[in-house]
Design a binder for this molecule. Structure first.
Ligand code: ZN
Length: 164
């Protein structure tokens, strides 16, 4: 770890502390004595995503986040909820305790979490992720979305009184 102050390549770890998903190290530069903190997302190094064609790819939080953010674009979600969702998915991935995870499992986890947060985002993600290959699942998702809207009492307030 290079010293951010003088650029010297050597530094000594003087304190190390693990948080939930990262390790923070307090370091001291061997050359100038400056102290600085580094933070590492430890688990990311160990995780590989196995794609459909069998290729392995190092897990990339940003790549995962891009897909999720895209699905949530312009959705009325509370501040920070997208980042929390990404973290939840990531924690669940690590919770599987496997070094290699099929991309389909990653996609399914994202869909499960998105479904809890926003149905439109869920449908968007599903349509991209499943590439409309699984029409049954998509229809199921659309049906549950419609059912959810009907179940909300506020929707019926402004519409003509239904037949009873
Ligand atoms: Zn230094």
């Amino acid at each position: 770890m290079r010293c951010p102050f003088c650029g010297a390549p050597e530094s000594r770890v003087i304190d190390s502390r693990g948080l939930d998903e990262e390790v923070r190290r307090r370091r001291m530069c061997s050359a100038c004595g400056a102290r600085f903190t580094t933070s590492e997302r430890i688990q990311n190094h160990a995780l590989y995503v196995v794609k459909k064609d069998g290729r392995r790819e190092a897990y990339d939080r940003e790549k995962l986040a891009t897909g999720i953010r895209k699905a949530c674009e312009k959705r009325p979600l509370p501040m920070g909820s997208v980042e929390r969702l990404i973290t939840t998915v990531e924690e669940r991935l690590h919770g599987l305790g496997r070094a290699e995870i099929p991309s389909s499992v990653v996609g399914d986890l994202v869909m499960e979490e998105l479904e809890k947060v926003d149905h439109i985002a869920y449908i968007r993600f599903a349509s991209v992720y499943r590439e409309f290959a699984d029409i049954g699942a998509l229809k199921e998702a659309l049906d549950s979305l419609t059912a959810g809207q009907k179940a909300r009492p506020s929707d019926s307030e402004n519409s003509p009184a239904p037949h009873r």
